[in-house]
Design a protein around this ligand. Structure first.
Ligand SMILES: [Zn+2]
Length: 579
């Protein structure tokens, strides 16, 4: 039996979409599409309100770096980029309006009641009104403050509830309105370990041994801050003064260029870190699990600096925590277009952690690392540098002849897979030409070759948010189809739910229905099927709402690139890695 766990919610997505490169929409489109297809109900646990404490982030990152990116002042800083925040607000507005029109009962604001205890164990009752879509960042922050206060993530166990399809929002509210809201205020509780001995220092002069003595004063001050924190103290008005940061310091932490300091960065980092770490609260060494967090996979981030849109390295934190859970041998596999440098570097000298990255390696292409030569400097490092034009079939050859045999040699107990999608057709990089169905098939090929291994599937790059929402939804569906403990009957139910929904719609509105709409979007017959109507349908546009818009050869969005990768190269790799 395989246990399925996912971290996905409107709460998580609204916060993750504050990351500038998400175009204010990547995570929300993905969550909403997964929810639209009713896939969340096939998971044993759904993490709804992720949060990672500063102490947990300290297991990899340095205190000096965290003190900058977690500076609470940033959570109240005025958003400077009006255009960017307009996009963020616009997406919420679209969702709210769609719900008001289509599901008026669900569109109202909720009176949210939560009980929690203060630091002297006195029960405090607090009431706040929350809108479904967090129609302003202030509302979102207010809600986040609840989570930060009682930071044990709320989790929905869908398997023990009825099979009735519930929206993630309903589940979230249920969690918060009953006594399942846990009252932990001590963020240090579950942090018995410091830096994993498995992680190597990035630089020789790096303060890799961030010791507890060093943290203790910070931990105390963080506790004091928590004590002072009043849930209702946050005012909807943001502080207008700009927080001053030393430019030299910002450069030192690379918080410039691709990785700017942005408003609500601390909220983003706590939630992003938690979205991966809280999955592991449910993992058990003796049982097979598949954990999913499409917002994770921030593979470039280093101990003490941000890099390539990555501020917190949830992958390294995840691998460390898996080690604490008893997994000794772990393989990290990275499908992102870019080299997984942050993860590779962290486990460069680990004998237990194998890191494998397939990536574009051409002069000047970020991060300019990931050569074959580099694999000689450390243990268990596998780089598969490739050229422009990589396609599905070439990746399959690479997997069958090089990658899977190398993983078999390592004999891992757990796989951590970074499923970035910036190599897909339709991505703005236009470097590789993998299809959603092809990349999914290749990822599933890996999973099926290691049936005993637990798996953590994380997201990554991908800069066409509509393509990414389709890719991660399709991959989620494939995982559910293949591994759901509910078995194939529930898959039939998923399919029939889809048909039922559409036949009801068809009865109500026969004029707009296209016959293609009545097919399951995921049938093996990959015809040109439309994404079902939901709150963000408009974002897919008249042409783009076709699920396979970018990969059907007849589609105007399908563009074939020349594949510069030659078959002989694979033979060379086989020889290089002594296979
Ligand atoms: Zn990338």
């Amino acid at each position: 039996m395989t246990k399925l766990i996912i971290s996905s919610s409107k709460f998580q997505s609204a916060i993750v979409d504050l990351l500038p490169c998400n175009n204010g929409s990547k995570s929300r489109l993905t969550h909403s599409l997964i929810d639209t297809y009713g896939l969340l109900q096939y998971f044993d646990h759904v993490v709804m309100t992720p949060f990672a404490s500063k102490d947990e982030l300290l297991n990899f990152h340095t205190i000096e770096y965290l003190n900058v990116i977690l500076d609470e002042k940033l959570n109240k800083r005025k958003v400077e980029d009006e255009t960017y925040i307009d996009n963020w607000n616009y997406l919420n507005q679209v969702g709210i309006e769609w719900l008001e029109e289509n599901k008026p009962n669900e569109s109202k604001s909720f009176e949210l009641q939560a009980n929690f205890q203060d630091d002297n164990d006195n029960t405090i009752q607090s009431t706040n009104e929350i809108d479904q879509y967090f129609n302003s960042i202030e509302t979102l922050y207010k809600y986040y403050s609840y989570i930060a206060k009682g930071h044990k993530a709320t989790v929905k166990n869908y398997n023990t509830t009825s099979n009735k399809k519930r929206t993630s929002w309903e589940a979230l509210l249920d969690e918060l309105s009953d006594d399942s809201m846990e009252n932990s205020t001590d963020s240090a509780n579950d942090n018995s370990s410091n830096n994993s001995s498995d992680t190597s220092s990035e630089d020789s002069n790096d303060d890799s041994g961030v010791d507890l003595n060093d943290n203790s004063s910070d931990r105390l001050s963080s506790k004091n801050a928590t004590q002072k924190h009043e849930i209702d103290s946050y005012k909807a008005t943001v502080i207008n003064d700009i927080v001053d940061f030393d430019v030299v310091k910002l450069k030192q932490y690379n918080l410039v260029g691709d990785c700017p300091i942005f408003s609500f960065l601390p909220m983003y980092c706590h939630v992003l870190g938690g979205s991966t770490l809280r999955l592991l609260d449910h993992i058990d060494f003796n049982e097979k699990q598949i954990c999913i967090n499409w917002d994770g996979g921030r593979h470039h981030s280093r101990k003490k600096k941000a890099s390539g849109f990555c501020y917190v390295n949830d992958i390294v934190l995840c691998i460390q925590k898996l080690g604490e859970k008893g997994f000794r041998k772990i393989t990290y596999l990275d499908f992102d277009l870019h080299h997984g440098d942050g993860v590779e570097k962290s486990f460069q000298y680990s004998k237990h952690i194998q890191t494998i990255s397939v990536h574009l390696f051409e002069p000047g292409f970020f991060p300019c690392t990931g050569s074959l030569e580099e694999t000689k400097h450390g243990f268990n490092i596998v780089n598969i540098p490739t050229l422009h034009g990589l396609d599905d079939n070439y990746l399959t050859y690479l997997l069958n002849r090089v990658i899977i045999p190398l993983i078999k040699k390592h004999k891992p107990e757990c796989l951590v897979v970074q499923c970035g999608g910036d190599g897909l057709i339709g991505d703005r990089y236009k470097e590789w030409q993998m299809t959603i169905s092809g990349l999914t098939k290749n990822i599933m090929l890996v999973l099926q070759n290691f049936p005993e291994c637990s798996v953590v599937l994380l997201g990554g790059g991908g800069y066409n948010e509509r393509v990414m929402s389709r890719f991660h939804t399709f991959l989620t569906w494939k995982v559910v189809q293949t591994f759901s403990s509910k078995g194939s009957t529930l898959l039939d139910q998923f399919e029939s739910d889809y048909h039922e929904e559409h036949s009801t719609k068809q009865n109500n509105d026969t004029t707009t229905m296209d016959s293609a709409n009545t097919q399951s979007p995921f049938s093996n017959n990959m015809s040109d099927i439309l994404i079902p109507e939901h709150e963000f349908s408009d974002f897919y546009g008249e042409e783009l709402c076709r699920f396979w818009a970018y990969e059907l050869p007849a589609s105007q969005y399908f563009k074939q690139l020349h594949n510069d990768n030659i078959p002989n190269y694979i033979d060379k790799l086989v020889k290089f890695y002594n296979l």
